[in-house]
Write a protein that binds this ligand. Structure first.
Ligand code: FE2
Ligand code: FE2
Length: 481
């Protein structure tokens, strides 16, 4: 079996030697039609016949893993790709640190592992469902193509998790794999498992914020699982991270281009005051305070994905060697077991926010969230550089962790984006200043008119600096049917 190149001969492209694994091959072939039905029902609405210039993974060699070509999305070759096995890999953390990494599921951690894989798997189709209507209002063919690239890769990520379920979890795994095709984002009876994946992605600014903030939660979770002592999970996640980077690129550059266009239009019109929303909106661009509100919304929804600040599940997953910390292998200064360490956790104590040392094992969700926020800051500061270049006096900011939370320590209170705790009446009166309100939604919705001519871009977004696969902004990224 060639581990680097992918076998494309069968129904399911793979580098896991499916041809010599009849049981799993049969199970996946049985699952395949249900997946295609799901894609046709819940994938991009109205574009299934279009030819999209997509990248497909043809190898797991980091130096040249993808090829680009026109593809009809239902014919995309969704495959199972694992990063190459690292020889003599050992478990990098937890009670089993230093032992040989597991190639099979350890019996005592079976339930824990399965749950982790199912939750990760559930997010992948969920975002495709959330984004299925966006094609109709795409600001350009370039953006349309990027949306579809993200969508087909989230589909592939579902395959990645389903492979693990079929291969390692027997009949329970099969049932879980089926259930992943049955839940639906936002459905009242059978919703997706996590809150942020049941929210709407109503417009393209939301899409960019989603790929910036929510796909970045995905990155953090994948990084933590890439450390796993269960080697097949580690290898799966390592390859998924290669694809995930593009999703966050779409998010970061998308927001950058919106900001850039707004600043440029303001400058051309001689508007200095970013808070003169009426004047800015007359220019057909999205005012900076509204962009900030979208940022507040998507950042706070994504923070909820990290779960409770203090968590026994997180402690168990680490202790048992199933889920590590962000880039565990590069961390120095502790023994990677954390049995006697502490970690500062922001908590609510008698109505005020205080940092309190907690056992490091129980505080692992908090730690991953802190790492996440640091990662989020980087793009925000790049957005601010753009605003600064135009000489506009405005700064984007991440909201405080206590702002607009549904999960964990701060779900019991209301706080403003600065982290000041406010009473319910104040919150009700001011929330429209912090989160998109009906007016904002109506305004943005009005801007969302499709621009599908080659090389053209909607009024509210700047063209990209560079295109995809060394093509220009005027390349025909999607040939509409
Ligand atoms: Fe994904
Ligand atoms: Fe993603």
């Amino acid at each position: 079996m060639n581990i680097v190149n992918v076998d494309y001969d069968g129904l399911i492209p793979n580098n896991v030697g499916l041809n010599s694994d009849a049981r799993v091959k049969r199970a996946l072939e049985k699952w395949h039609p249900g997946y295609i039905n799901w894609w046709n029902d819940m994938g991009p609405d109205g574009f299934q016949e279009a030819l999209v210039y997509l990248r497909t993974a043809v190898s797991v060699d980091p130096k040249g893993w993808a090829k680009f070509d026109y593809v009809r999305m239902p014919e995309y070759r969704w495959g199972i790709l694992l990063a190459p096995q690292v020889e003599d890999r050992t478990i990098p953390f937890g009670a089993h640190k230093g032992e040989k990494a597991w190639q099979e599921v350890p019996g005592e951690y079976r339930a824990l592992l399965r749950r982790l894989i199912v939750i990760q798997g559930d997010t992948e189709p969920a975002s495709v469902e959330q984004q299925r209507h966006l094609g109709k209002t795409a600001p350009s063919l370039y953006d349309l193509r990027n949306l579809f690239q993200v969508n087909v890769e989230e589909g592939r990520h579902l395959w990645a998790m389903v492979y693990l379920l079929h291969k390692y979890f027997g009949s329970e795994g099969r049932d879980e794999a089926d259930a992943l095709l049955e839940r639906r984002s936002g459905d009242a009876d059978t919703p997706r498992m996590l809150g942020a994946f049941n929210e709407k992605t109503p417009d393209w600014l939301s899409f960019f914020m989603f790929t910036y903030f929510t796909d970045r939660d995905g990155k953090m979770q994948l990084e933590a699982q890439a450390q796993s002592g269960f080697d097949p999970l580690s290898r799966t996640c390592r390859f998924m991270l290669t694809e995930e980077a593009h999703h966050m690129f779409v998010g970061e550059t998308g927001v950058t281009r919106v900001i850039e266009r707004t600043c440029e239009a303001m400058k051309n019109a001689g508007i200095d005051d970013p808070n003169d929303i009426a004047a800015v909106r007359k220019l057909g661009v999205i005012d900076l305070p509204t962009i900030q509100k979208k940022l507040n919304l998507h950042c706070s929804l994504s923070l909820d994905l990290f779960g409770n600040e203090i968590s026994t599940n997180a402690a168990n997953a680490f202790h048992s060697g199933i889920k590590g910390r962000f880039r565990e292998e590069r961390l120095t200064g502790d023994d990677h077991k954390l049995e006697s360490d502490t970690y500062p956790v922001l908590r609510l104590k008698s109505g005020i926010l205080v940092n309190e040392d907690a056992p490091a094992l129980s505080a692992l969700n908090m730690r991953l969230r802190d790492d996440y926020l640091k990662d989020c800051e980087l793009g925000v500061s790049r957005w601010n550089k753009v605003i600064e270049q135009y000489g506009i006096n405005y700064q984007m900011k991440l909201p405080h962790q206590a702002f607009h939370r549904q999960i964990g320590e701060f779900s019991k209170i209301k706080a403003d984006p600065e982290g000041n705790i406010v009473d319910e009446t104040t919150w009700a009166r001011t929330r429209d200043n912090y989160l998109p309100n009906d007016n904002d939604r109506v305004y943005i919705e009005g801007l969302m008119q499709p621009v599908l001519e080659v090389g053209k871009f909607a009024s509210w977004i700047a063209p990209p600096k560079v295109g995809i696969d060394n093509k220009g902004g005027d390349f025909e990224y999607v040939k509409l049917a």
